[in-house]
Structures are given as structure tokens and as C-alpha cells.
Design a protein around this ligand. Structure first.
Ligand SMILES: Cc1cc2nc3c(=O)[nH]c(=O)nc-3n(C[C@H](O)[C@H](O)[C@H](O)COP(=O)(O)O)c2cc1C
Length: 430
């Protein structure tokens, strides 16, 4: 029997990163109504997805982008926990603009109220505009942010472990709660960025250690992920880029003394489904805008929009410079490598990647999509996928038509086997 099973994650921020996302699939609700999110969560849970993930940006405005709305991913995840039973809930929290003690408490609480389904997407925040909302004039350097993140996570893990497994007991009837003081320890952490006495205030949660996601792709980001992540989000625009990233990360995880099979690598994917190829293409075209995509491309490549000519390739110098100091290595590197390898004009690139988001776009009927996922999964380019840009309708088609195809091929679970997200997501499943 196959032991390696595909993981599926649903990236739940609105219906995606295209200009029409605000309007897509609203059914009379808004993007700030619980019903809108709940419907996605319930469809994804019916499809036996591992997890729903919510990203978090920390600035509405920027010089080179339209207003960016967002809601708090932890509050949303906790609310969804009350209306779902098995699906994991991954909330993004920045290590640059929080304190470890708060985050340890928040995530342990999410783990308690969800019965062991909490995950934390650990980010350092790459948006320079965020700094202005937290009393800073500029974002700390990438190396500083990752150093801080390393210590931040170390403190959070110590706090989660500061209540030993037997430190909190409830009798069989759930009546008597006992704290065993001997099992609760201060952590006395003294470091470069944080001094934290501990112990945590929130008792050990069902998973003990909520699942950790990470999505950095710079040298610093990959080193960090290799040490701490259970799940790694990445950007990979073609199979070869994905395979290289996958092999590199598995080797780094091994070198960090961890089991590479316990760390799941999930490239992002924007899926457009239809009952015919034409129908799927129509759904995509309805949501794309060339001018917005060119603008976004220029931001990702750190160049002026006037330097990009639709029917010409991107000059080699621009591609080189784009890698010098990208806001997000993950978002930029895959794009640059794809341009170099395929020698695409801007127009050709946008035909393949017509949205303003960074991830690979996949358009087709359920059979084509299932075959594509299988190729990447069996080709060791991915352990699973982080699927986004979907409307309720697309996610429903995915759940009802793509998931069964994956199940028949023995690639995806037929039921949730574990009680917690960690059991379902991190362990080997047969
Ligand atoms: C799928 C995915 C989701 C991400 N979500 C967030 C997020 O919610 N907030 C954030 O600040 N950065 C987010 N990032 C960015 C990375 O976590 C990372 O901070 C950024 O790419 C800069 O680091 P790097 O240069 O090491 O890649 C995300 C990246 C990817 C690929």
C-alpha cells in the first residue's frame, strides 16, 4: 500500500489575487461576512483538505499598489473552528511585529478551542509599508528579521513545552481540573532579542506543538524553514523549478537533523476548472487584467513599468537586478528563473500567468488537473499543494470531481485518519 499521500491546503484569503476577487462568488455576502468564509471551510472539509490557510499583510496602503484589505487570520480561524470538525486552521502571524509570549498564548488557545487543529504560518513580513504602522521608519533588514524569527520561534516552543504533558489534568467526568505545579516550568530565556521568564499561561494544548508553516525562499528563509517548519509553502512556476526547490529543501531538512518525510512541501497553485477546457479558460479570462498584471510584474521585478514591453523579452539586466534585493525571494526568484529558462516575452509570460499573484496558474477540466497534480506529486516536486484563487463554485468542482480522481489513483485520503492536524498532516499515512 502507498504510504506517501498528497496534502491539500486551501489558501482562503478571498477568492484570490486577481482584480475581480472582490466580486467573485459573493452570493449576496461580503468578504467580511462569516458565511463567505464558512462556506469555503465546509466545502474544503468535505473534500478532506488538510488545512485552510490565511495570509496576513500588515499595511493597507503602498506606493505601488491599490488598497489591500485584510482581516485577522487568528480570529477568523477560531471562529471557523466552532463550525468545523476536522480541517486544520493555519493562521499567519509576523515575528517582526509581535512578541513571543502573546503568540504562544494565542496559538495554544486556537489549538485548545479547535481540538488540536491549529497551525501558525511564521512570517517575518516583507512589506516595507508595515514598518510605518509599528513605530518604525523602515523594515528591519532581511537577515535581522530572520535572526529575530529564529529566536522568536525558539521562545514560543519553550513556552509551549513549559507545561509538561501531565501538568494539567481533568478527571474522567471533566469536573476536576488539576494543575501539577511540578510539571510547569519557567523557561528563563535570555537572548539577543527576547528575555522571557515564563512559564506560559495557557496549559499545554492538544497538539503540544501546533503545526508550523514557513514560506521564505531566500537563503535565510530556507535555512530557517529547514529547522522549524512542518510545512513549507513555495512559489514554483514550472516543474523543474519545483523539483530543484523540493530536493534542496529536503536535503536542508536532513542536514538540520530532521526527517525529510515529516516536512511537507506545498507549491502554490491557482486553479481554474470547467467542464470543458474552453469553459475553464473563460473563467480565467473573466478575472484577469493585462495592465494590472504588467504593473504587478514590474513591482516583483523591482523595475519601472515602462521598462517592460509586451512583445519583447525582459532585458537580462532587469532579471539580474531583480534578484539583488527582492522584497520576497520566493515571489521573485521563480518568476526570474521561468523567464530565463523559457525566453518568454512579457505577453507570453502573461498568457501563462495572467494574474497579479505569484503562483502557477492551472486551467483545465478535472481530469487534466488531477493528472497535473499527480505528475508533480509523483515526480517529487511537491508533497501537496496550496490551492488558491477559487470561488465557492470552483472549490466545489475540485472537491466533487478532482478529489475522487486522486482517491481512485491512491494519491489522496478517503477519510481523516488522525484526530489532530499534526497527525493528519505530518505523519505518514497509509
Ligand atoms: C504561499 C505564501 C504565503 C505567504 N504568506 C505571507 C503572509 O501571509 N504574510 C507575509 O508577510 N508574508 C507571506 N509570505 C512571504 C514569506 O513568508 C516571506 O516572508 C517572504 O517571502 C520574504 O522572505 P524570503 O525573501 O525569504 O522569501 C508568503 C509567501 C508564500 C509563498
Amino acid at each position: 500500500m502507498r504510504t506517501r499521500m498528497m496534502r491539500l491546503n486551501y489558501h482562503g484569503n478571498w477568492a484570490g489575487r486577481h482584480l475581480g476577487a472582490w466580486k467573485a462568488g459573493l452570493d449576496g455576502s461580503t468578504h467580511f461576512d462569516l458565511d463567505y468564509y464558512l462556506k469555503f471551510a465546509q466545502i474544503a472539509e468535505r473534500g478532506l483538505f488538510d488545512c485552510i490557510f490565511y495570509a496576513a499583510e500588515l499595511a493597507a496602503l503602498g506606493p505601488d499598489r491599490p488598497t489591500q484589505a485584510g482581516i485577522d487570520p487568528v480570529v477568523l480561524s477560531a471562529t471557523l473552528a466552532a463550525h468545523t470538525e476536522r480541517i486544520g486552521l493555519a493562521a499567519t502571524i509576523s515575528t517582526t511585529f509581535n512578541e513571543p509570549y502573546n503568540v504562544a498564548k494565542t496559538m495554544a488557545t486556537l489549538d485548545h478551542v479547535s481540538g488540536g487543529r491549529a497551525a501558525w504560518n511564521v512570517v517575518t513580513t516583507y512589506d516595507p509599508m508595515a514598518a510605518l504602522n509599528f513605530g518604525l521608519l523602515e523594515l528591519p533588514s532581511k537577515s535581522d528579521r530572520y535572526e529575530r524569527a529564529q529566536e522568536f520561534v525558539e521562545v514560543v516552543l519553550k513556552l509551549w513545552d513549559s507545561w509538561g504533558p501531565g501538568a494539567f489534568t481533568v478527571n474522567a467526568k471533566g469536573q476536576n481540573i488539576n494543575f501539577c505545579e511540578a510539571g510547569i516550568h519557567p523557561i528563563n530565556h535570555v537572548g539577543r532579542y527576547y528575555n522571557v521568564r515564563g512559564p506560559a499561561q495557557t496549559p499545554r494544548s492538544p497538539q503540544g506543538r501546533p503545526v508550523l508553516f514557513q514560506a521564505g525562499a531566500s537563503e535565510e528563509g530556507k535555512a530557517f524553514a529547514a529547522h522549524i517548519a512542518d510545512g513549507i509553502f513555495c512559489v514554483a512556476l514550472d516543474l523543474s523549478i519545483a523539483k530543484t526547490f523540493y530536493a534542496d529543501m529536503k536535503a536542508r531538512v536532513k542536514a538540520a537533523g530532521r526527517d525529510p518525510d515529516s516536512v511537507q512541501i506545498l507549491p502554490g497553485l491557482y486553479v481554474y476548472l470547467g467542464s470543458t477546457e474552453e469553459e475553464a479558460k473563460r473563467a480565467l479570462v473573466a478575472q484577469s487584467s493585462t495592465s494590472a498584471a504588467v504593473k504587478q510584474l514590474s513591482v516583483r521585478l523591482s523595475t519601472d513599468v515602462g521598462n517592460l514591453v509586451l512583445d519583447k523579452t525582459v532585458p537580462a539586466g532587469i532579471l539580474e537586478d531583480a534578484l539583488l534585493n527582492p522584497q520576497s525571494d520566493g515571489h521573485t526568484r521563480s518568476m526570474v528563473e521561468h523567464f530565463r529558462r523559457e525566453r518568454l516575452t512579457v505577453r507570453e509570460f502573461l498568457e501563462r500567468q495572467p494574474l497579479r499573484g505569484p503562483h502557477r496558474v492551472l486551467v483545465g477540466v478535472p481530469e487534466t488537473v488531477a493528472a497535473w497534480l499527480e505528475e508533480w506529486f509523483l515526480g517529487e516536486a511537491a508533497d501537496g499543494f496550496n490551492l488558491g484563487n477559487m470561488t465557492h463554485e470552483t472549490l466545489t468542482i475540485f472537491t466533487e470531481e478532482v478529489v475522487p480522481l486522486l482517491q481512485v489513483r491512491g494519491l489522496f485520503r478517503r477519510e481523516y485518519q488522525g484526530r489532530t492536524l499534526r497527525e493528519n498532516f505530518c505523519g505518514k499515512m497509509s
